[in-house]
Ligand binder design. Structure first.
Ligand code: XMP
Length: 374
């Protein structure tokens, strides 16, 4: 059994010792990991902690307004830094998933480094948790908050030492700690959200137009999921162009499949794969029952995902993909499907968004897909 009180006492002591006579900066996104690390650090350091919320421009619609308000109830001295243009300049138009993540990480830490210098601190508290470290060192994807484990020295590069009180914990344990510390319920129960935010769901080269479709689709989808009372472990939408990969088609059990030009991330064995997304005109339920993804990956080694088409029409240019999973630890995951009525309402909502050409349902478990698209 995880001893929550014992952990809080031990990590408070650890933070005090690690920071010593110095002060510390912490970047808080409003996600459960970074908020819990910040509240623990605030407990340990009081006003010697400088929490900062960075508006990267890849947050969900409205989060840059709502989240700082919510956070100030537990972190009264929060600073908000509006840095959208710097992030956009670095990552918009970059097609490769890992390159996008690395560029995002660089701007993120530059911004933090400048802030730390301004307030005169040489320590950075981070909410890195065990799966972040495992997935990054395993070469699956570059989690934006993992530095030392991939050979980047934060001291020489950014001028601060990193303090990571949650490094040994898994998500459910972080939530237990958060509850005990009085973190607002909305944050404790929040969906996991990747550090680079919607950037990794704006599949391929991101543009302001694509990001705007994604932000509206995300708001519509998450709003409806919550309103209709469906509760998968994690649910998200991703957007890419409906353009096809020239010459990549397959037929399995009489079902024709086409690949998109866009690529997505998956896991094969213990390694990262960056491959093709196939689409089939088939009901998601029957795709799952037929284990089509398994047949697909045995026929095309480049395939990392299979999506089932729910709707196509309009004159748009983008695909909106729905991904919902059921999982305990987020290291492996099953596909979650709502009932038919719920799905119909979601399609009705999403198909009304300007510039949407197709709506698809991701029917790939993890592995071979990851939960996120990049
Ligand atoms: P994947 O896509 O690797 O995701 O199957 C597993 C879980 O981790 C979340 N995730 C991230 N969290 N920084 C984070 O803090 C990241 O860069 C990141 N990438 C993925 C993802 O949402 C899922 O819950």
């Amino acid at each position: 059994m995880f001893d929550v009180d014992g952990f809080i006492e031990k990590s408070t002591r650890y933070i005090r010792e690690a920071v010593g006579d110095d002060c510390a900066v912490v970047a808080v996104s409003g996600g459960v990991d970074s908020t819990t690390a910040a509240v623990l650090a605030y407990r340990a350091l009081g006003e010697k902690l400088h929490p900062v919320f960075i508006d990267t421009g890849f947050m969900r619609l409205g989060e840059d307004v709502h989240v700082p308000k919510l956070l100030r109830s537990v972190l009264p001295n929060l600073t908000v830094l509006k840095e959208r243009s710097r992030f956009y300049e670095a990552v918009m138009g970059v097609p490769d998933a890992e390159e996008k993540r690395k560029r995002f990480r660089e701007v993120f830490y530059r911004v933090l480094s400048e802030f730390a210098e301004k307030v005169g601190c040489r320590k950075l508290v981070q909410g890195t948790i065990a799966p972040d470290v495992i997935e990054t060192t395993g070469g699956i994807k570059t989690q934006h908050n993992v530095l030392r484990d991939v050979g980047l020295d934060p001291v020489s590069r950014y001028g601060f030492e990193v303090v990571e009180p949650l490094r040994e914990l898994y998500k459910d344990q972080v939530r237990m700690v958060a509850r005990k510390l009085g973190v607002p319920r909305e944050i404790v129960e929040r969906q996991p959200f990747p550090g680079p935010g919607l950037l990794v769901r704006c599949v391929g080269a991101c543009s302001p137009e694509k990001l705007s479709v994604l932000r509206v689709a995300d708001k519509m989808f998450t709003g409806l999921v919550e309103y209709l009372g469906w509760r998968p472990s994690q649910y998200l939408v991703a957007v890419w162009e409906s353009e096809r990969h020239p010459g990549k088609t397959l037929e399995i059990d009489g079902i024709r499949m086409e690949a998109y030009a866009a690529r997505a991330t998956g896991v094969k064995g213990d390694a990262r794969a960056y491959g093709l997304v196939y689409v089939a005109d088939v009901d998601p339920r029957s795709a799952l029952e037929k284990f089509l993804w398994a047949k697909l990956t045995s026929l095309d080694r480049d395939a990392v995902r299979l999506v089932a088409r729910l709707w196509s029409g309009g004159g748009g240019k983008y695909v909106v993909a729905i991904r919902a999973v059921q999982t305990e630890d987020f290291m492996t995951a099953d596909v979650a499907l709502p009932d038919r009525e719920t799905l119909e309402v979601i399609v009705e909502g999403l198909s009304g968004i300007r510039n949407v050409a197709e709506i698809v349902y991701d029917v790939t478990p993890k592995p071979p897909a990851t939960i996120e698209y990049e």
